[in-house]
Design a protein around this ligand. Structure first.
Ligand code: MG
Length: 376
């Protein structure tokens, strides 16, 4: 497969179902990558985007990585990745990892369409997974961002909608409001999801050492699913100090992007392999090849694949969780429209979801997203 054309555009995205609520100028890149392979009389086109939370990567994609990919000749996604990374020095991951991951997503979409397979099937074939294993995975609904007004009422409404959709576990955000208000927000979530271990909280890397300690003490009795992104991602000292006094599961890794950083987290972050959760985002970690390096680096050190619950909350990550038998999938049913959540008509059965069966990632089964990619 040869990539013959690449289009990219920056798109505004919102953390809220009501996308008129501003999200600090947050953007993502969408890309369409046309190949020289023809199926049903038309060239195969792969689509991708920069996942959520780390802004569009227009300059890096257009000036650096797209030209290398266009010049690479015949490639599969792994060869394409090597071509894109040619000449890059080790370290300094910055956000070039997101630019590469965006193109990587589109490459896998195209490769699976070329084979006529849903991505999770292609990945199982390609990486020696059990082809007969069921494709469905454990999932939780993610959302619960602080509303600019009427926060608790709107949060309660959001929790009810997620419960009605069939989710049995949920993650909400804390850290953007004082701890006392965050505890009220958690109470709201616990009302809709009362089973022990059903509510996770994500502090979005906002706590300093003191705030982290206070939050950990307040959260300890609540039986949460996990406490995520506590402090600055590279502040391993605070991370380890909190882990030493918070006995329940902690989730970390969302804002780390390489196998080298993952090893540092494991060595210095105080994480416990018997209970803690790893939320590296496959798209933000240079795409699937980089993500697989992280899994390998940590499996060698005794981590289970079941500890990996990748950040993202969209269809690409759902295929990855299914194909590699990871712990479970984040789903953003309401946040980040039209990128988050499942394809149209897909449903949740007792907290489990199955990736789409259409060839590729299945973006075409999500009308609003397909229309957006169509504009490229
Ligand atoms: Mg997070």
């Amino acid at each position: 497969m040869r990539v013959v054309d690449i289009r990219e555009r920056s798109i505004d995205i919102s953390r809220y179902r009501d996308s008129s609520i501003l999200s600090g100028g947050l953007t993502t890149s969408i890309v369409a990558l046309t190949t020289d392979v023809v199926r049903n009389g038309r060239p195969v086109v792969g689509y991708g985007f920069s996942s959520m939370g780390r802004f569009a990567q227009s300059g890096l994609i257009r000036e650096r990585f797209a030209p290398r990919l266009l010049a690479a000749g015949d490639v599969d996604p792994l060869g394409a990745w090597a071509a894109m990374m040619k000449g890059e020095k080790p370290g300094g991951h910055g956000e070039r990892c997101v630019a590469v991951g965006t193109l990587d997503m589109a490459l896998w979409d195209a490769a699976a369409k070329v084979e006529g397979l849903p991505l999770h099937r292609l990945l199982r074939q390609r990486f020696g997974g059990d082809a007969s294993a069921p494709a469905d995975v454990e999932a939780y609904a993610s959302g619960g961002y602080l509303y600019p007004d009427n926060d608790l009422l709107r949060l309660a409404d959001e929790m009810r909608v997620l419960r009605d959709l069939g989710y049995r576990r949920v993650k909400i955000k804390i850290g953007a409001a004082p701890l006392a208000q965050d505890l009220k927000r958690i109470e709201v979530a616990l009302k809709a999801f009362p089973e022990p271990g059903s509510v996770a909280v994500d502090a979005m890397n906002t706590c300093d050492a003191t705030q982290g300690r206070l939050a950990a003490a307040a959260l300890s009795p609540l039986n949460l699913m996990w406490f995520e992104d506590i402090c600055d991602p590279l502040d391993f000292e605070t991370q380890a100090a909190i882990a030493a006094l918070y006995g329940k599961p902690i989730a970390a890794g969302e804002a780390l992007f390489s196998a080298a950083e993952a090893r540092l987290l494991d060595s210095h972050g105080g994480l416990r392999r018997d209970r803690d959760i790893l939320v590296f985002d496959p798209v933000h970690c240079y795409g699937l090849p980089g993500y697989l390096q992280i899994i390998e680096a940590l499996e060698v050190r005794g981590w289970s694949r079941r500890a990996f619950w990748p950040h993202g909350g969209h269809l690409f990550c759902l295929h990855v969780v299914s194909a590699f038998d990871l712990g479970g999938a984040e789903v953003n049913p309401l946040s980040f429209p039209p990128f988050g959540g499942l394809a149209d008509g897909m449903s949740v059965a007792e907290g489990r979801v199955t990736p789409p069966d259409a060839p590729g990632i299945g973006f075409e089964g999500k009308a609003a997203l397909a229309a957006l990619f169509g504009t490229l």
